[in-house]
Write a protein that binds this ligand. Structure first.
Ligand SMILES: C[S@@+](CC[C@H](N)C(=O)[O-])C[C@H]1O[C@@H](n2cnc3c(N)ncnc32)[C@H](O)[C@@H]1O
Length: 434
């Protein structure tokens, strides 16, 4: 694509989708695009992404490669695959890598069903009460019964010889851990449930796990049938662990980016790493791709992520570079009274890391590529950080123009019920650059 007429046509289509309210994703169905396999934090909404990508799919050749450099659980990647695109995704969180690897695999459904029967049998025959993993806080996060149940599940999964199928099973075990551990599901930070609640609570983790697996198999079949009915090819997926701030681990060039970056450092926005900590304790490390010790502490993954650590010596240089590149950042920064500025060091460090990642990203994009970003503002110390406007400036600085924008309510996005991030955010922007 490239002619003025084609680009206008695409723009009109996007405007129509916007007018029809489709971007709000109000009718989101969690069985779509394998969305409910695991409730990863702040997932994008399949209905919204798919509507946009469908519009692109009529205009772009499907030989174009799509990338999500912050892929999380792979929602955007799956929406691209739904329309026949090949995809590349990377994330710094090894658990996101596992989720996306499983979701983008074109499984043989009969093989998944066979594996389900074998795993079920294995668990039924397993009477051992040995606990398979050990870490300092295991008794805080898991009752003895849960430790026995997840040990039986783990032994059964490790008996599965096919590595791709094991990944599928680890994901469903993780969803059983999310709902069956002593951690509250209402926040993404690790928080133990109240003692009285724990006293009352009884969870059948094995039953849950087996139900999740069965539902997972049927969701894969549903997704495969959907691609088949559309007469689309099943795209290839390359999924890797990667720190996008440092680079994109691909030799190829991409024509389409579809992504939602973090909106601030994980610690004060969404703790992707902490949410992943308990499942990662139980998954065989041999099936996890990650070069650092992701289980060092509950904070390690969040520390490695954008804005996860402040380099005090670099701060003033980072701030000056952002001022040079973004008028919106400059206005924001100078609107803060001098005595309060210290409080925004984390924010500056995050935006500087994100800006660096834009260098990695734009270096692997075709020169006429499209970028579909979903981004929200957030509030720190009562001030709104204008993430969306800053992103527009940083993209323009690199020579890409805003082609289309829309905002949507985020009621359907998986946000924790309680944290200072979601309370102050109720809409996000979809910004498309070209
Ligand atoms: C909003 S989520 C992505 C949602 C995802 N695009 C989707 O389709 O659901 C942001 C992701 O950025 C990841 N992330 C944070 N810092 C990163 C970095 N330096 N390199 C790569 N990924 C990073 C987080 O682990 C998280 O999974």
């Amino acid at each position: 694509m490239g002619s003025k007429m084609e680009i206008n046509h695409l723009h009109n289509k996007l405007e129509t989708i916007k007018m029809e309210g489709i971007l709000d994703g109000e009718n989101a169905d969690r069985k779509e695009n394998l969305h409910r396999l695991f409730m990863y934090p702040a997932m994008m909404v399949p209905a919204t992404q798919s509507a946009i990508i469908e519009a692109f799919s009529h205009e772009l050749p499907n030989s174009i490669l799509a990338i999500d450099p912050y892929m999380g659980s792979g929602t955007a990647l799956l929406s691209c695959m739904e329309f026949g695109f090949d995809v590349y995704g990377q994330d710094i969180n090894p658990f996101a890598v596992l989720l996306s690897q499983a979701k983008t695999t074109n499984y043989d459904i009969a093989q998944l069903n066979d594996s389900f029967e074998k795993v079920k049998q294995h668990i039924e025959n397993d009477k051992s009460t040995n606990i398979e993993v050990s870490f300092n806080t295991i008794d805080k996060w898991f009752t003895k019964d849960a430790q026995i149940a997840f040990s039986r599940i783990r032994r059964a999964i490790m008996d599965e010889p096919n590595g791709n199928i094991r990944k599928f099973l680890w994901v469903l075990m993780s969803e059983a851990i999310r709902t069956g551990s002593n951690d509250r599901t209402s926040t993404f930070k690790l928080h133990q449930r109240d003692p009285e609640e724990l006293e009352r609570r009884h969870v059948d983790n094995i039953k849950n796990f087996l139900e999740y697996v069965q539902q997972g198999v049927s969701d894969f079949k549903y997704f495969q049938d959907k691609i088949h009915e559309k007469n689309c090819r099943y795209g290839n997926a390359t999924i890797k662990w990667g720190n996008t701030q440092k680079g994109i681990d691909s030799e190829q060039k991409f024509g389409l980016l579809v992504s939602s970056p973090p909106y601030g450092d994980n610690h004060t926005t969404v703790t992707y790493g902490q949410t992943s900590y308990l499942p990662l304790q139980w998954i065989d490390p041999k099936d996890i791709d990650c070069p650092y010790d992701y289980l060092k502490t509950t904070q390690e993954i969040d520390r490695q992520s954008l804005g996860g650590s402040i380099n005090r010596k670099a701060l003033s240089g980072q701030r000056n570079r952002l001022i040079e590149k973004s008028k919106s950042f400059e206005d924001f920064y100078f609107s803060i009274p001098e005595e309060d500025r210290e409080r925004y060091n984390k924010t500056i460090s995050f935006i500087a890391d994100f800006d660096e990642s834009l260098d990695s990203i734009t270096s692997v994009m075709d020169k006429d590529a499209f970028f579909i970003w979903t981004i929200g503002n957030r509030t720190v110390g009562g001030r709104e950080i204008p993430n969306a406007r800053i992103l527009i400036d940083l993209m323009q600085y690199r020579g890409f123009e805003l082609f289309f924008s829309a905002d949507r309510q985020i009621s359907n996005k998986t946000q924790p019920k309680k944290n200072n991030f979601s309370k102050t955010m109720d809409k996000e922007d979809i910004l498309i650059f070209h």
